[in-house]
Ligand binder design. Structure first.
Ligand code: G6P
Length: 610
C-alpha cells in the first residue's frame, strides 16, 4: 500500500527520504517519487515507475537537495502505475501533496475544479487534493488553514503530507482513516506511514488520531483535532532500532521471518503462562470479567489473519464447546448479521491498520457484543487503540508481504485466548496444564521443522514447473492447507486451491493428473485413516502427493508419495507446527521460479484502503 515519508530539517532531507522510501518498500508499491524544496525555494520533483532504487538513481543524477521534502511509494488504485500518476502531485508548482488512501468523491471534485480552470495531469484521485488546497491558498489562506478547509470537501480515507513553495518553514500532515505518524527529532521533524521509515532518524513518535491536522516546523510541532482545537498527543518511545528491518544473513525477509518463528513464538508466550494455565488479565484490565460471561465468539480478519481465525474456531468449539463464527471482514462489514448471545468480538490483524478489519470493528461496536479483543502485532495501531482488550503477538516487525511469523504467533495468541476462556468454561485443569507444557515445547519443535529446509527445497523442485496445485487437510489442519495454498499463490504465482480432504471427490478430483501436485497436511490423528483413503483416490489417478506428517511410517513414501516427517506434538497444536513446512515449500518454489519473494506483484503488506 502507499507509503509516505516527509521531513523538515536543518540538514539535507533527500537521503532521509530515500532511506525512508526503502524502508516502506515492504508495504508493496509500483512507483515512487519525491519533492524537495531546493535552496532557491523551488519545488523540485523526481518520480519513477518501479523500484525505489530507480528513483534513488534519478535523484542522485539530478542532485536534488533541500531541507524540506515529501516522498511516496504508490500502490495504484486510481490510474495505472505510470510516472504521471506517481506522487507527489503538484498544483501550479506551488503546492505539493503525497497521499495514502482514497478520496471517494474525487470525480465530483475534479469536475468542479476543472470547471474553475484547474488543469489535471494525472488520472489519480490525489490530484484533486493539491488543487483544492491551492484553491484556498489563492483565496488568501495560509497553508494550514487551506488544508483544513480543503479536507472538509473530502470523503474517504486519507493521510496527507503537504508543503507549499510560499511556506518553506512548514510541513502539514493530516490523518483521516489512513495511518500517519510524526517523528520527533532535535531541530527536525518527520512524518511517515509507519515508524520503520523513521527509525534511522528518531525513536520518538506521536501517533495522529483521525481528524488531526499537524503543523511541523524545524523546532516545534502543533496538532489540531477534528474541531480545530490544539491537542497534546502522547509521545511514544520505541525500543526498535533501525537494524530491526535488516535481512541479516538471510537472502530474503521472508526467509529470515520464517526462521525467526521459534523466537517469536517464545516471546508471544513470555510472561503469560503459569505452570497450570494462562495468567489472569493478559488481555488487560477488566478482561477476566468479560471472558467469564462469554457464551460465543465472533472472529473477523482478512487474508492470512483470517486463516488464523479459522484454526481458532476449531479450537474454541472443539475444546470449549462455545459456538464460534469466523468471517472475512470485508464481507461482515457490508451485511446484516445476527449477533450470537453473549458474544466476544475478536479481530485479528498483523498490522492493525487493515481498512476492512478496522471498519468491521467500528461497525460491530454498534452491535450488542460483550466486548472486543484485538490480536495484533503493532501496539500503536488503530485496531489496538480502538479495542476493549488486547493480546499482542510479539513477532517483531514483519517485512515480507507474505505473512509467516505473524501467522504462527497469532495462532499462539489465539491458543492463549482458548486457555483463558477455558478457565471460565470447563477446560479441565489437567488438560490446561498439559497444553501449557506443549506450548512451552513449541519453539524447540519449530526449530526441528526448520531443519527440514533441504528436503523441502527438493520437494519444491517438483512444484516449480507446475501451473496448479491442490492442498488438502482435515479438521483444524484444513485452514493450514488454505494458508499453504495462499502462500504458494502469493509468492510463486502458481494457482493453488485448498480443500477439506473429504471434499476431494465432490469436484477437485476431476483435476487430478500427473501435472497436478497435491500437498497434504496429514498429522497422525483420528482422521488419518480417512485421509489415507483420500490419498489413495489421488494416487489411483496418477497424482503426485507431497505429504507432511508426524508419522511417515503410517503413510509410506514411494514414487507417488513423498512424505516428510515433522515432530509429533499434541494434535490441537500441530496446526502450528504444520504451517512451517508449507511456508518453506512456497519460499523455495518461488526462488526456483525467480519471483520477487518479499514484494510479490500486485500485493501490499498493509492494505489501508478498501
Ligand atoms: C494483506 C497482506 C497479508 C495479510 C492481510 C491482512 O493482504 O499481504 O499478508 O494477511 O493483508 O493483514 P493484517 O495486517 O490485517 O493481518
Amino acid at each position: 500500500m502507499c507509503g509516505i515519508i516527509g521531513a523538515i530539517a536543518q540538514r539535507d532531507v533527500q537521503p532521509i527520504l530515500i532511506e525512508g522510501l526503502r524502508r516502506l518498500e515492504y508495504r508493496g508499491y509500483d512507483s515512487a517519487g519525491m519533492v524537495v524544496m531546493d535552496p532557491q525555494g523551488r519545488l523540485q520533483r523526481e518520480r519513477s515507475v518501479g523500484k525505489v532504487e530507480a528513483l534513488a538513481q534519478r535523484v542522485a543524477g539530478s542532485g536534488l537537495t533541500g531541507t524540506l521534502g515529501i516522498a511516496h511509494t504508490r500502490w495504484a488504485t486510481h490510474g495505472g502505475p505510470t510516472e504521471r500518476n506517481a506522487h507527489p502531485h503538484l498544483s501550479g508548482e506551488r503546492i505539493a501533496v503525497v497521499h495514502n488512501g482514497i478520496i471517494e468523491n474525487y470525480q465530483a471534485l475534479r469536475d468542479d475544479l476543472k470547471a474553475r480552470g484547474f488543469e489535471f495531469t494525472s488520472d489519480t484521485d490525489t490530484e484533486v487534493i493539491a488543487h483544492q488546497i491551492m484553491d484556498y491558498c489563492q483565496q488568501g489562506h495560509d497553508l494550514l488553514e487551506a488544508v483544513r478547509r480543503a479536507t472538509a470537501h473530502f470523503s474517504g480515507a486519507y493521510a496527507l503530507g503537504v508543503i507549499s513553495r510560499d511556506e518553506p518553514d512548514r510541513l502539514i500532515a493530516v490523518r483521516e482513516g489512513s495511518p500517519l505518524i510524526i517523528g520527533l527529532g532535535i531541530g527536525e521533524h518527520f512524518i511517515a506511514s509507519d515508524i520503520q521509515a523513521m527509525l534511522p532518524v528518531t525513536q520518538r513518535f506521536v501517533y495522529l488520531e483521525n481528524g488531526d491536522i499537524a503543523e511541523l516546523r524545524r523546532d516545534s510541532h502543533r496538532i489540531l483535532d477534528a474541531d480545530g482545537q490544539a491537542v497534546d498527543r502522547p509521545v511514544t518511545e520505541s525500543s526498535l532500532t533501525a537494524g530491526a528491518a535488516d535481512r541479516g544473513r538471510f537472502r530474503h525477509f521472508m526467509l529470515k521471518e520464517i526462521h525467526e518463528q521459534p523466537r517469536a513464538v517464545a516471546e508471544t508466550l513470555e510472561g503469560r503462562l503459569a505452570p497450570d494455565g494462562v495468567l489472569e488479565g493478559i488481555m488487560g484490565p477488566g478482561s477476566e470479567e468479560i471472558l467469564a460471561q462469554v457464551k460465543s465468539v465472533q472472529i473477523l480478519a482478512c487474508g492470512t489473519s483470517y486463516h488464523a481465525g479459522l484454526v481458532a474456531s476449531y479450537w474454541i468449539e472443539g475444546l470449549l464447546g462455545l459456538p464460534c463464527r469466523v468471517e472475512v471482514a470485508s464481507e461482515f462489514r457490508y451485511r446484516r448479521h445476527a449477533v450470537l448471545p453473549d458474544c466476544l468480538l475478536v479481530t485479528i490483524s498483523q498490522s492493525g491498520e487493515t481498512a476492512d478489519s478496522l471498519a468491521a470493528l467500528r461497525q460491530a461496536r454498534e452491535d450488542d457484543y460483550l466486548g472486543s479483543l484485538a490480536i495484533c502485532n503493532v501496539p500503536e495501531s488503530s485496531l489496538v487503540r480502538e479495542s476493549d482488550m488486547v493480546l499482542m503477538t510479539h513477532a517483531g516487525p514483519e517485512i515480507g508481504v507474505a505473512s509467516t511469523k505473524a501467522f504462527t504467533t497469532q495462532l499462539v495468541a489465539l491458543f492463549l485466548l482458548v486457555l483463558s476462556l477455558g478457565r471460565h468454561h470447563g477446560l479441565a485443569p489437567a488438560r490446561a496444564q498439559s497444553f501449557v507444557e506443549q506450548l512451552r515445547a513449541l519453539p524447540a519443535a519449530l526449530e526441528k521443522v526448520l531443519a527440514l529446509d533441504t528436503p523441502i527445497e527438493r520437494l519444491a523442485m517438483g512444484l516449480a514447473d507446475k501451473h496448479h496445485a491442490l492442498f488438502l487437510g482435515r479438521g483444524c489442519h484444513y485452514p493450514i492447507a488454505l494458508e499453504g495454498a495462499l502462500k504458494l499463490k502469493e509468492i510463486s504465482y502458481i494457482h493453488a486451491e485448498a480443500y477439506p480432504a473429504g471434499e476431494l471427490k465432490h469436484g477437485p478430483l476431476a483435476l487430478v493428473d500427473a501435472d497436478m501436485p497435491v500437498v497434504v497436511v496429514a498429522p497422525n490423528n483420528h482422521l488419518l485413516e480417512k485421509l489415507k483413503s483420500n490419498l489413495e483416490e489421488v494416487r489411483a489417478r496418477g497424482g503426485h502427493l507431497m505429504v507432511f506428517t508426524d508419522d511417515v511410517a503410517a503413510l509410506g513414501s514411494d514414487g507417488a508419495i513423498q512424505s516428510l516427517a515433522v515432530p509429533p506434538v499434541d494434535d490441537w497444536l500441530s496446526a502450528i507446527i504444520h504451517t512451517v513446512p508449507l511456508q518453506l515449500l512456497s519460499y523455495h518454489t518461488a526462488i526456483l521460479k525467480g519471483t520477487d519473494v518479499d514484494q510479490p506483484r500486485n500485493l501490499a503488506k498493509s492494505v489501508t484502503v478498501e
